[in-house]
Design a protein. Structure first.
Length: 372
């Protein structure tokens, strides 16, 4: 029998916090841990469409907040459909149907993000899947931990705008708000992970735990949470890929969310369907197995709302990233930012226009994605 697939999204979990977390570090010691996982879009809906389709949003039609229902499932085959066609039962859960509406789940639960006990709710779904599995049915279970997002919505998004002095002058307070939400996420995960082990699902499942994007604690004026900029505190996240087929290891190379769908298909020996468009992501199995792997340039795009109250219809802020360099293109005012990530990880020293050759090379790479 094939392995099942369990994907857990800790919506809005920051990389720096998981790396310091006792609970997540237990998972780290048991997984292939990707500590440089770049999101193609630093907001939930677009990041999830990319994670499940293995493709950038500008190709699948989902690269804006306004296009959540626009996933082109006649041209792109989602991980959900691949697994369903292979006989899996596919079950998803999230705080909104919009996050993965057109991906073809057999069952999709929408939880009330304010009032649901997610440990209880997700435990029932896990137990249900384990039961089906005992009866000989493989499953895909996708779970959203939405409470960091909900807390930020109530305590930051509704209280401040992207330029509120009161927010940006109180970084310590912002960190405290975030940390208390993160602690709740740890406690959720600890219980869910214990249940996965009690049900022995870690033995017969691929388990992917990731975050769609980080969240600002006040790093840069103009972004009080996420989705406005392409800086590392939101676009650089993490992924734990756990499977009894592989020895645990830490992977330093940059990878992208779009790589996990082809990785899962590769591990399950499911061939790509030629009736659909090709993928942007690549399988990470060679990297996991220590084979030579060329790090790809990661592309990210988002819609900066600027002074407006809602995001634009089309992305206006784009970046290309390597482990060492990042180029950001602010299309709305035609400016560029170039950062030496090795020496300036907080992206404070803009080197654009200083004559570095890498700027032109990266701009050519960025323009390759201009199919909007
Ligand atoms: Zn999110």
């Amino acid at each position: 029998m094939k392995k099942n697939v369990i994907i857990i999204l800790i919506d809005g979990a920051r990389l720096d916090r998981v790396e310091k977390s006792k609970i997540f570090n237990i998972l780290r010691s048991q997984s292939n841990y990707f500590r440089q996982t770049i999101t193609p879009a630093p907001y939930t809906t677009a990041a999830l469409h990319a994670l499940f389709s293995g493709c950038y949003g500008y190709r699948t039609g989902t690269n804006s907040y306004w296009l959540s229902l626009n996933f082109q499932n006649n041209r792109f085959k989602s991980l959900v459909t691949y697994l369903k066609d292979d006989g899996f039962h596919t079950c998803g859960d999230g705080h909104s149907k919009l996050i993965l509406a057109n991906h073809g789940f057999d069952e999709f639960h929408v939880h009330d993000e304010t009032n649901t006990d997610l440990v209880n709710h997700h435990s029932k779904l896990l137990e249900n899947m384990a039961m089906q599995n005992k009866q000989g049915k493989n499953f895909l279970l996708y779970l959203t931990y939405s409470s960091i997002h909900t807390g930020i919505m109530n305590q930051v998004l509704k209280k401040y705008n992207n330029f509120s002095k009161e927010y940006f002058q109180n970084r310590e307070k912002n960190e405290k708000v975030y940390d208390s939400l993160f602690q709740n996420a740890e406690s959720y995960f600890e219980k869910i992970f214990a249940l996965i082990q009690n049900l022995r699902l870690h033995e017969n499942s691929i388990i992917l735990v990731t975050s769609d994007h980080g969240i600002s604690v006040g790093e840069k004026i103009g972004e009080r949470a996420y989705g406005a900029f392409c800086y590392d505190y939101t676009i650089k996240t993490f992924a734990y890929y756990m499977s009894s087929d592989f020895e645990p290891k830490e992977i330093q190379e940059q990878v992208q969310h779009i790589d996990f769908m082809p990785t899962i298909l590769d591990q399950l020996n499911i061939e790509l369907d030629e009736n659909f468009n090709s993928l942007d992501g690549v399988s990470l199995i060679p990297l996991i197995n220590g084979k030579p792997f060329d790090e790809k340039i990661a592309y990210t795009e988002t819609g900066n709302p600027l002074k407006s109250n809602s995001p634009p219809k089309k992305p206006n802020t784009k970046s290309v990233r390597m482990s060492k360099w990042k180029l950001i293109f602010n299309e709305y005012n035609n400016t560029k930012e170039l950062y030496d990530l090795e020496n300036d990880p907080d992206e404070n020293n803009n080197l654009a226009g200083t004559g570095l050759k890498i700027e032109d090379l990266l701009f050519i790479e960025l323009k390759k994605h201009d199919q909007n």
